[in-house]
Design a binder for this molecule. Structure first.
Ligand SMILES: Cc1ncc(COP(=O)(O)O)c(C=O)c1O
Length: 325
C-alpha cells in the first residue's frame, strides 16, 4: 500500500506515548509516567486536532465554504494550527493575538501566510477595554459581529463543540489503545479545556475507575503577567477563587477529580530536568503537567499505577523565554 500523503490533514494524531524511564528512576517514582508527545502533530501541537476538527466540522455543515476567510482569536497554538490547515485548504486566515505570546508563535503564523493582528485591532476593542477591562467574551462578540459583516467564518474555539469532540474521537481512543486500557490517572492543563473535557469524558466512559487530574498555573505564572520570571502560556486558571470554573467547555461538560496548582518556576525546572534525563524537550504547559504527574507518582497510594500525561507541545516556541536559558 502506498504511504504517500497528499495533505497535512492526513497527518494529525496517532502521536507516540513515551514512558519517561530515566525521569522515573532519578526521582524514585512509584508510578509510571507515560507522556503523549503532541508535538508530533504536523504543526507541532495538540491544537492540530481541534483546529482540523473545527474546520472540517464547519465544512461538513456548510458554514465554511471553499476559499472563505477564516477568523479567530487565539494565544498561539490554535492560531498556528489554523494557519497551517488554512494554508493547505486555501482559506485566507485572520488571527487576533491575545497578549503575552512568545514572538516565535507570531513568526510561525506569518510563515504559514496568516494575517496576524493584535487584540487592539478587534473592532471597538478600545471602547470595550475602557468600559469592561480585558473582557474576552465582549471582545469575542465584537469579532463575531465583524465576521458576520464581512462574511468570514469565525471559529470561536472556546464555544465550538468540535473542539472537545476532536479529543473524544482521537486523543482519548489513542490513549486507551496504546495502554491496552491500563490507565489509572490522566493529567492535563486547560486553555479552552477541549483536551481536558474531550479526553476526560472519553476515559471516564471507557476506563473503569480512571481519575482525571486537572492542572492550573499559579496566578503569577500566567502569560500576560508583566515581567513574570516564568510563565505557562496557552492555559488558564480553571478554578477561580470564587469557586467558578473558568473555561466554558469545563463549566458545561466536565468535572475532573482533582486540581493541582503548578508555578512556572517549578515547570521550567522540570522541563530542564527531563530534557537532560530522557532527551524530551517540552513546552511550558507540558512541563507543568509533568510537574504535577511527578507529585502524583510520589504518593504511596499510586504505587504501580499508570499515569498518562498530555504534553501539548515542545520547547521550540519557548526559546525566547527564560525556560531553557
Ligand atoms: C501550550 C498549550 N498547552 C495547553 C493548551 C490547552 O489546550 P486546550 O485548549 O485543549 O485546553 C494549549 C491551548 O492552546 C496550549 O497552547
Amino acid at each position: 500500500m502506498s504511504k504517500i500523503y497528499t495533505s497535512i490533514s492526513q497527518l494529525v494524531g496517532h502521536t507516540p506515548l513515551l514512558e519517561l524511564v530515566n525521569f522515573e528512576s532519578n526521582n524514585d517514582l512509584k508510578a509510571k509516567i507515560l507522556g503523549k508527545l503532541e508535538s508530533f502533530n504536523p504543526s507541532g501541537s495538540v491544537k492540530d486536532r481541534a483546529a482540523l476538527s473545527m474546520l472540517e466540522g464547519a465544512e461538513a455543515s456548510g458554514e465554511l465554504k471553499p476559499g472563505q476567510t477564516v477568523i479567530e482569536t487565539t494565544s498561539g497554538n490554535t492560531g498556528i494550527a489554523l494557519a497551517a490547515f488554512c494554508a493547505a485548504k486555501k482559506h485566507p486566515l485572520i488571527i487576533f493575538m491575545e497578549p503575552g505570546c512568545t514572538p516565535e508563535r507570531i513568526q510561525i503564523m506569518k510563515a504559514y501566510g496568516a494575517d496576524v493582528r493584535g487584540i487592539n485591532d478587534i473592532p471597538h476593542a478600545a471602547e470595550i477595554i475602557k468600559e469592561f477591562g480585558f473582557a474576552p467574551v465582549k471582545l469575542m462578540e465584537s469579532v463575531a459581529n465583524y465576521a458576520k459583516e464581512q462574511g468570514y467564518y469565525y471559529v470561536a474555539q472556546l464555544f465550538n463543540e468540535n473542539n472537545p469532540i476532536a479529543h473524544y474521537k482521537t486523543t482519548g481512543p489513542e490513549l486507551v489503545e496504546d495502554t491496552d486500557g491500563k490507565i489509572d490517572i490522566a493529567v492535563m492543563l486547560a486553555g479552552t479545556a477541549g483536551t481536558l473535557a474531550g479526553v476526560g469524558t472519553y476515559l471516564k466512559d471507557h476506563v473503569d475507575g480512571v481519575k482525571i487530574v486537572a492542572v492550573q498555573p499559579t496566578p503569577d505564572s500566567l502569560s500576560y503577567v508583566p515581567d513574570a520570571p516564568a510563565t505557562i502560556d496557552g492555559v488558564v486558571i480553571v478554578e477561580k477563587e470564587d469557586g467558578v470554573t473558568h473555561p466554558f467547555i469545563v463549566r458545561r461538560n466536565f468535572k475532573y477529580d482533582e486540581m493541582i496548582n503548578v508555578s512556572g518556576v517549578d515547570a521550567y525546572e522540570t522541563a530542564r530536568e527531563v530534557a537532560k534525563s530522557d532527551g524530551v524537550f517540552l513546552g511550558a504547559s507540558a512541563a507543568a503537567a509533568l510537574t504535577a504527574a511527578k507529585q502524583l507518582a510520589l504518593r504511596s497510594e499510586n504505587e504501580g499505577k499508570n499515569i498518562v500525561v498530555i504534553f501539548p507541545d515542545d520547547g521550540m516556541k519557548y526559546l525566547s523565554t527564560n525556560m531553557y536559558k
